[in-house]
Design a protein. Structure first.
Length: 352
């Protein structure tokens, strides 16, 4: 395994000024490592010199990820379960198994006066982020999903997939139509923008992997967004996805997995630092499913070199961990269906 990857990463020094009090309404930061089972966490931890910020989380649970009619879920069904609280069929977003449109935790938060945000290192119309704002029978109807995002009330979004908004078959330019959102051209503009609603398309299509040159910026995207949210009076709900841990699993590429995990680990650290300075904040870290059937089959403690094996190019039905920190984190211990992540969040918010 190439060892140059670790030089791509550096510690994030995060200083966020607390603007809210412990009695303020609850903030929620939900981080989803797509495809991140326990073996992916273990591999990333060892490659990261046997360290992960997840060791600072004292409340740990396990989530059962199956879809309505399949023990092996996909990101759409599992994303819907976590975002909306009901099981559904693979490939479906925001609609339950009885064809009823569902309301997501993000939308519920918006109805209760919250600011909201979505950050992903996939396209912003990919299954996991889309499960928080879309209601559609196929996760692959990207242009229709893009239209639903353009019509949503999301305050901040960062992700790829710009072409689904401005290079469409219907010739519409949704970016121009989103006149209430400041859609910026680069990250510096995102940081500098004083608009109350901001969008940033990181890539025209799906972002490349870190190995193929994508800068490991997830933690910085999160830092900038938290800085904006923390300056506002209202509480917030924010979902952050480490999307490409999953893609490394599909490729059966351990270096792909570990490099993406290390970036995601930095974003988790940003969230944890924020929560430590804002006691009215709940941080939840989990996965939609495991990908690849990964196992660490050999390794050395010197330099923490690992040898890994895979038993599928798809997903597996193994349970995935749920880590939580902060206010109401005790709700997330134990073993439960992934739908309970939604219900535990609404309970914490007092809107169940």
């Amino acid at each position: 395994m190439r060892k140059t990857l670790l030089t791509l990463f550096f510690p994030l020094l995060v200083v966020v000024q607390a603007q809210q009090t412990p009695d303020s309404p609850l903030n929620i930061i939900l981080l989803i490592g797509d495809g991140m089972g326990l073996s992916q966490i273990s591999a990333g931890m060892y490659v990261n010199n046997n360290q992960t910020i997840l060791e600072d989380f004292s409340v740990i649970g396990l989530s059962k990820t199956h879809a309505t009619n399949s023990l092996v879920t996909d990101s759409a069904a599992s994303g819907t379960a976590m975002a909306c609280g009901e099981k559904t069929y693979n490939g479906v977003l925001g609609i339950n198994s009885k064809n009823k449109k569902l309301k997501s935790i993000l939308e519920i938060c918006e109805e209760n006066g919250y600011n909201t945000g979505l950050i992903a290192n996939s396209s912003i119309v990919h299954a996991t982020p889309a499960s928080f704002y879309a209601n559609i029978d196929s996760r692959y109807k990207y242009e229709k999903i893009a239209l639903q995002l353009s019509e949503s009330n999301v305050d901040y979004f960062i992700g790829g997939g710009k072409k689904y908004f401005n290079k469409r078959e219907d010739n519409r330019n949704l970016i121009k139509e989103m006149d209430k959102i400041d859609v910026v051209k680069n990250f510096n503009a995102y940081k500098k923008s004083g608009s109350e609603r901001i969008g940033f398309f990181t890539f025209n299509d799906e972002p490349p992997s870190i190995i193929d040159g994508r800068p490991p910026l997830l933690g910085k995207y999160l830092t900038a967004t938290l800085d904006k949210l923390n300056k506002r009076i209202e509480p917030f709900f924010l979902m952050v996805e480490g999307s490409q841990i999953d893609w490394g699993g599909h490729a059966n590429d351990i270096e792909y997995i570990t490099s993406e995990f290390i970036e995601f680990n930095e974003a988790i650290e940003v969230s944890l630092n924020f929560a430590k300075n804002n006691s009215n904040t709940l941080v939840i870290v989990t996965a939609d499913h495991e990908t690849g059937g990964l196992a660490i089959t050999m390794g050395k403690t010197k330099g923490y070199e690992i040898v890994a094996g895979f038993n599928t190019g798809g997903h597996s039905a193994t349970m995935v961990p749920v880590f939580s920190y902060g206010k109401f984190s005790e709700l997330f211990g134990g073993i439960y269906d992934n739908t309970q992540i939604f219900h535990k969040m609404t309970e914490a918010l007092g809107v169940d």
